[in-house]
Design a protein around this ligand. Structure first.
Ligand code: GLY
Length: 353
């Protein structure tokens, strides 16, 4: 899966240089209603230097990652004369890179596209690795294709306006990459003072995180095996996300993932011998930096129910990615209902809830 990821401190210069070297007839920039205001102005110099750019805008929000927005993008491409030589630039968070990638990969059977993630979460996850798609009938990412962007440009210029909540949300995926890779990198992550948001110090950590994801995706681009490792924390995390949503108190994806990581490390500790000390250290970091997950033992049934609906499950059991140690991964693990209840008990104990 050919995908170049470029870390740049000047996105305008990088884009100007990029289009100087490629063959294209027209550029389309896709934004949503948020990134049109917050991120498009950052590309001012590039837009001024490049004649004939067409702009496509969709409504922000994951609920708009749907067939109507997709239809709008295809229609705009078509009515503004996009050809197979056109280039699409997806400027936004994961919602924009997912739907924009899907639109580009299917328009005239595929036009070239690049991703410019504007959130930390999109930079470390959605924009890299070639997953594109839309939601359907309430099911997340139900329709899509694997289609890597030709280039992904990561610039912390976009993160400057990001609030701490969204930084923390992206950072949870970095913690996941740390656990999947090495204790050495993980230590650096939990030492970093995320609340200070010093981007100069964040950039090398971010690079390392993206490279860990790329390494996994290069080995298993279509998620037949190893790529499932990237689901660490997500089986329980998605249940927390759905649970909070159902209670009318939605949480950011990364918060749910951070809580899910702790739960799945508890299972890893019990079933695979993952070190208690490393579990405690990770739980401490999450407790110190992330908000509290509010639930009681009366909610276990509901959380369990959400886990049984996870689309990674097959053969009738809930599928977990667990760890023996940092970087030592066990795919396709299961757990009994009793183990899961104990996991929630220990989680509440560790988090002090
Ligand atoms: N978000 C996990 C993956 O790209 O496989």
């Amino acid at each position: 899966m050919e995908q170049k990821v470029i870390f740049t401190s000047d996105i305008n210069i990088s884009l100007i240089e990029y289009i100087r070297d490629i063959d294209f007839d027209r550029i389309f920039i896709l934004t949503d209603t948020n990134t049109e205001k917050s991120s498009l102005p950052v590309l001012n110099d590039f837009c001024k230097e490049t004649p004939g750019i067409a702009y496509i805008k969709i409504e922000a929000g994951d609920e708009n990652k749907n067939i109507n927005s997709l239809n709008h993008i295809w229609t705009e491409l078509s009515s503004h004369g996009a050809t197979r030589r056109s280039l699409m630039i997806n400027l936004g968070g994961g919602m924009v890179t997912d739907i924009g990638g899907f639109a580009a990969a299917t328009f005239k059977r595929g036009i070239k596209f690049i991703n410019i993630p504007t959130s930390l979460l999109a930079a470390v996850d959605a924009a890299v690795g070639g997953k594109t798609g839309i939601n359907l009938n309430g099911l997340k990412n139900e329709v899509g294709v694997f289609a890597p962007a030709s280039q992904v440009y990561i610039s912390t210029q976009f993160f400057a306006t990001m609030d701490l909540e969204n930084l923390l949300s992206g950072y949870a995926e970095m913690l996941k990459h740390g656990l999947l890779d090495s204790e050495d990198y993980f230590r650096k992550l939990i030492k970093y003072d995320i609340a200070s948001a010093d981007f100069e110090k964040l950039l090398p950590l971010l690079e390392e995180s993206v490279n860990i994801k790329r390494k996994v995706v290069d080995i298993d681009p279509f998620e037949k095996g190893l790529r499932k490792a990237l689901n660490l924390g997500h089986t329980v995390g998605h249940a927390f996300e759905s649970f909070c949503m159902a209670k009318g108190k939605p949480v950011l994806h990364g918060y749910a993932v951070a809580w899910g990581i702790i739960c799945e490390l508890i299972l890893s500790n019990k079933q695979c011998g993952f070190s208690s000390e490393a579990l405690q250290r990770t739980a401490h970091f999450v407790k110190e930096n992330y908000p509290v997950a509010y639930f009681t033992c009366k909610d276990y049934d509901r959380l369990y129910e959400f886990m049984t609906h996870d689309k990674k499950n097959d053969s009738g059991y809930i599928n977990f990615t667990l760890l023996n140690n940092f970087g030592d991964i066990e795919l396709n693990q299961s757990a009994t209902r009793e183990d899961i209840d104990i996991m929630f008990d220990i989680f509440r104990d560790l988090m002090g809830i």
